[in-house]
Every structure is written in C-alpha cells, then in structure tokens.
Write a protein that binds this ligand. Structure first.
Ligand code: HEC
Length: 112
C-alpha cells in the first residue's frame, strides 16, 4: 500500500518544486547583487548613480543574448563608462566570471 501513501506527498513536492524553480535563480542573483553592493548604485526601475536594470534590459533586448551576457559580464567585472552618461562604473574584480554572467542574465531578464 506504500505507493498510495507516498503518491500525494510526491505530487505535492513536485508541484512545489515546479512552482519554486523559476524563483530560485532570480532570488540567488538578487542576493548576489546585494552582496556585491550593486544596489548601492543601481535599482530595478529608477536611475540611481547607474541606470536602472530595467532600462539596461530594454536597451539591449534586441541584441543577441549570449553576446550581451558576455559583454555585460565583462563590464560588470572590469567597470567602464560612456554608454549611459559621464559617470563610470568602477571595476568589481572580486566577482567571479560565473557570478558576473549570472548577474548579467538576471539584469537582462529584469523587464520581463
Ligand atoms: C559606484 C556605482 C556603481 C556600482 C557599485 C555598480 N555600478 Fe553598474 N553602473 C554604474 C554606472 C555609472 C553605469 C553606467 C556606465 C556607462 O555609462 O557606461 C553602470 C552600468 C552598468 C551596466 C550596463 C553596462 C552597459 O554597458 O550598458 C550593468 C549591466 C551594470 N552596471 C551592472 C552592475 C552590477 C551587476 C554591479 C554589482 C556587481 C554594479 N553594476 C555596480 C555604476 C555602478
């Protein structure tokens, strides 16, 4: 009789994991952004020192995705300026390449 007892539990945990799966990467990247003080200069939907993440996503939405992730990840790590105005983003070299890519993907998805 075990299958009948475990099935509702399995169904419930499958439903829960399906429900939460899309939330996990976004949440992890939001934590990454907070941990790396990105949010001191950026907000989701308004300009602070740097452009809002939604404005960045909108600006690049017609660009090839993989290339944009690489370009933004490099800029996140090395810093740079001249795209949004005269203020330069400082380098964040303590961020790994993998984390920089996660952040870039999260930012590019922020207007969805
Ligand atoms: C000291 C302020 C500051 C901090 C901290 C900061 N940024 Fe920026 N960021 C800027 C500014 C200013 C720009 C605009 C640069 C430009 O005009 O090219 C920018 C631009 C960007 C862009 C768009 C780049 C482009 O070429 O369009 C991304 C993506 C970005 N930041 C992500 C991040 C992430 C992720 C972090 C945290 C690791 C971070 N920023 C931390 C100030 C900051």
């Amino acid at each position: 009789m075990t299958p009948f007892k475990t099935r509702p539990v399995l169904t419930a945990s499958l439903a829960l994991s399906l429900f939460f799966t899309p939330l996990i990467p976004a949440h992890a990247s939001a934590d990454l952004a907070k941990k790396n003080t990105c949010m001191g200069c950026h907000a989701m939907d308004r300009k602070v020192v740097g452009p809002s993440y939604k404005a960045i996503a909108t600006r690049y939405q017609s660009q090839p995705r993989t290339q944009m992730v690489d370009t933004l990840a490099t800029k996140i790590r090395l810093g740079g300026g001249g795209v949004w105005g005269v203020v330069v983003m400082p380098a964040n070299t303590k961020i790994s390449e993998a984390d920089a890519k996660k952040l870039a993907e999260w930012i590019l998805d922020s207007n969805n």
